[in-house]
Design a protein around this ligand. Sequence first.
Ligand code: ATR
Length: 286
Amino acid sequence: TRIPYRTLSGTSRLAGVMGWPVSHSKSPRLHGYWLAKYGIDGSYMPLPVEPENFQAALISLRNLGFSGVNVTVPQKEMAMPECDELSDRARRIGAVNTVTFSKDGRLWGDNTDGFGFIENLRQEAANIDFTSGPAVVLGAGGASRAVLVALLDEGSPEIRIANRTRKRAEDLAKEFNDPRLKVVDWPLDPKSLSDVALVVNTTSLGMVGQPKLEINLDGLPKSALVTDIVYAPLITDLLAQAKARGNPVVDGLGMLLHQARPGFHRWFGIDPEVTQELRDFVLSPD
Ligand code: ATR
């Protein structure tokens, strides 16, 4: 008999995303697209897990034979102590978004957010050179940590962090202990933009339902790339403003798509491609 949908077997590879809530997550749609595209015998499912059950659920997934899971807020920090081993970048970022269960039952934690950030810019802004000039990073939360670690690793010559709560930016600079990190005023003084090659918004400002990001881009070189980790809306006010004055811009959707690649590669064996068709598919309603 013909079965109208793909069924799973005992050898199917299983993965998913744990979070609370998790219904908004685009990851099942994203991984599902790649599984179908590459004809992989596997499944990737949303796993709503209340924070109090996080540890038990993680161990259960390992015991059920899962290949691995992504974890989202608020469980990215909770996953750290549960892992037997952490990647260097996960340790520095201080959060885990990708857990892989090894054959001997060990949990390996990684954080691929910074990778996703860099890969998105490499794909969307050909010839980007992270060493070409200073970067300005707005925000000092979890997303900022991933972006900062990635930019430091890419050889950025100087990174200016601006955050509403200055203390948080200062604590970050102190913790990372790298002379290339400088804390600058919030709101941004246009003077700190005059020699900048890259501007990144890592705050939630500009997201649907959040206040708008107020920023004066006068003085920013026209060659500077402006990017936002917010992807709803796809073109934030920041990107619209930058685009209108002639700067190259890259939206935040690609970061989400690229950060998923290392997990998919480890669990399902293929480093998947990020294409325009995938972008459209992830954004389209079911
Ligand atoms: P995430 O993990 O997504 O980075 P977070 O750790 O809560 O989330 O960080 C949110 C960031 O957005 C912070 O930099 C925050 O600034 P504060 O450290 O001052 O809180 C910034 N942010 C959120 N709402 C803001 C607002 N209305 N004005 C200015 N910055 C804001």
